[in-house]
Design a protein around this ligand. Structure first.
Ligand code: GLN
Length: 302
């Protein structure tokens, strides 16, 4: 595995320079583009890393999995009264379907859906960002995981599009808390800084019937774990979810910081990171690395 990871990073490294670092959040545009890392964490506790696997980066939309899991933990199936679990086939920041569908987002991994989940969590936690940070610290086994406030503030200053979605949902009665407060919370959890190793560990419960070994926590039931993985497989990479299923064949979740997590149910959790993105906002070299890895080992769930 170790030799394979080194070989795969060498193979995909020439893609660096062919994508584009996210710049619609100005603080993200400063991230050096030539970084590439991968961590593979087995259910048996074995960890393999290559490249910049220990460098923290902005997890961005990968945090939407943590917020969804917290909402499922406290509210279960009731959350689906507020949003769906259908793929959108639209970019992550699209407003198009929101008006057509009466302010009900298609799924929790596009921005509109994640904002509704943040609104649900705002109603349940006194301090939602701290609750999520502590949850993620436990799951990753890293007590130093923290929010990068510079990135959160930068995104708040450039919030027009996410604010438009939240206010539109409020106009349909699908937003219950102060919009600006929820936006601040959402941007803060997107701005959590974690490495590939942190993330492979933090998401390992999704490969392990909902059980996290480090914290000893049964995070979700087996059934709920299957459901979260199914939403990752159908919506985790937005309008590129089909391409990801075709090329990689695993439940996955990306973020505009350039990270992608992929789950091999019952076996492994993988996190890859490279900041340059393709047109759909997914890591260009990251996707390629996961494709080669999945193909070489025969991991596609299909
Ligand atoms: N915080 C980012 C946003 O709201 C997350 C987007 C992403 O990672 N796809 O636009």
């Amino acid at each position: 595995m170790q030799a394979l990871l080194n070989e795969i990073l060498d193979q995909v490294r020439p893609l660096i320079g062919k994508g584009k670092v996210a710049d619609y959040i100005p603080a993200l545009a400063d991230v050096p583009a030539d970084q590439l890392g991968i961590a593979v964490y087995g259910n048996d506790g074995e960890l393999f890393t290559a490249g910049d696997a220990h460098t923290p980066f902005s997890i961005q939309s990968m945090s939407k999995v943590f917020s969804l899991v917290q909402a499922i933990q406290h509210s279960g199936e009731a959350i689906w009264e507020r949003l769906g679990h259908e793929p959108s086939g639209q970019p992550f920041n699209s407003l198009l379907q929101l008006e057509l569908e009466n302010g009900r987002p298609r799924n929790p991994f596009i921005n509109a859906g994640a904002l509704v989940i943040s609104d649900i969590n705002q109603s349940r936690f006194a301090a939602p960002v701290l609750s999520m940070r502590d949850f993620v610290r436990r799951l990753s086994g890293n007590p130093h995981v923290a929010v990068d406030n510079r990135i959160a503030e930068s995104e708040y200053q450039h919030r027009a599009r996410n604010a438009a979605m939240a206010y539109l949902m409020q106009s349909f009665g699908n937003f219950h808390n102060d919009v600006e407060t929820v936006l601040r919370g959402y941007f803060s959890h997107c701005a959590l800084s974690m490495s590939c190793v942190d993330l492979a560990k933090a998401f390992c419960f999704l490969a392990n019937d909902g059980f996290c070994k480090h914290s000893g926590e049964q995070v979700l039931s087996t059934r709920q774990t299957q459901q979260v993985n199914s939403i990752m497989a159908t919506s985790g990479l937005y309008d590129e979810a089909g391409n990801f299923a075709y090329r990689v064949g695993l439940p996955g979740k990306s973020g505009v910081g350039g990270g992608i997590v992929a789950i091999v149910p019952g076996q492994y959790t993988i996190c890859v990171w490279s900041p340059e993105l393709n047109k759909a906002g997914n890591s260009l070299a990251g996707m390629a690395a996961l494709e080669v890895l999945s193909e070489r080992i025969g991991w596609s769930v299909f």
